[in-house]
Design a protein. Sequence first.
Length: 462
Amino acid sequence: MRIPIIETVGKVGVEVILKGWVNARRDMGKIVFLDLRDRSAVAQIVGVPAEMDEKSLEEIKRVRLEYLVELRGIVQARSEKQKNLEMPTGTIEILVKEIKIISESQAMPFDVSQDTRIISEELRLKYRYLDIRSERLKKNLEMRHKMNQFLRNYLTEKNFWEIETPYITKGTPEGAREFLVPSRLHPGNFYVLPQSPQQFKQLLMVAGVEKYFQIARCFRDEDNRGDRQPEFTQLDMEMSFLEEKDIRSLIEEMTIELVEKVFPHLHISQIPFPVLTYAEAMEKYGNDKPDLRKDKKDKTELAFGWIVDFPLFVKSETDDCLVASHHPFTRPQDSDLELLDTAPEKVKACAYDLALNGFEIAGGSLRIFDHALQKKIFQILGVSEEDINIRFGHILEAFTFGVPPHGGIAFGLDRLIAILQGEENIREVIAFPKTGDARDLMMGAPSTLPEQALKDVHIKSI
């Protein structure tokens, strides 16, 4: 039975079966050395003619880089001189008894045994399934998995329920442009891909769920913006009957434990996390996601910081009207409620962002749970009575059926794991990312569709 390569360590003298890709080949006279790679590790394979049968001799002659092979061999200790302590398997090697080629490989478009960041990104994205064979990308995906598993387990132990919310839903713009999905069964009508599960998670609180989380895919049809992605992943959370300090305390404890258990080589510079008001952050640092590291050259330092007391509204960049600073469901601070009628631009929000090393990694708020107040916020934002009923009538109606005080937060998991893994671009921690202009170079998306496919969903190309 095949075992992972990493399990060969400590099995000196044992016969093993390995399967993996050929990472390197070195011919030293009649002896062939291979580096065999699987998901777990790389091991040195030694092919000595006297130890193999005729068929295996022929097979090993044919083996080239990235061929997938199966072999049976004996684990043997390397001599002191030959040990490579930089490799997890550097104290052993495998003496081949039998080898066979499972699958051949044509010449590779680039060398996956090196750090592929030196390769053209377009080429890497076109052959992403090969890029993931590289040690760094594979490690990034492994650590992303471990982070997600920790978060799931932590929240489950805190009595949260993981609940999936719809990926095709009603268009209720919350800021960014939405991806449209035409309905075949209902001509002229459309779903959208959700920008976030915001309304669904609030409705779960109305339903009495009390503690919800989800590792959710979110979608935003944004313009070309550097390393932003049209689809991204967030840890979405919502809680009933908790105040802001309770939510921030829970998140802080979870984040500290995540670093200690999954990323122990990193250190948090300040515990508890410092708290700055929005005004303080803007005055002192010129932005609302300050880099609080003491030593920016220290790659292991993590400087978390809370930003609070955001304005509830900001002036629109395109006209003189007010728009929601976060989203229209954020609760105003009780002390500022009277200002909603006289000076709404001065109202502060019960909102809180978590910054890490100069990036916003999470944002949350307490939510409005009063029907009249929620409707008033929509009116201040300039939403007509008709639009309020069409776009938000469902949630306003829900707010007439006994609504608990609630609040939540969402972590941008792509950005979080990128920082924890020391990556500058979130594409390095996503298995199959899009380019900056939202193209999938591997699959060739977006693409045109046959006229019949458009006709089926009642769309006509012009």
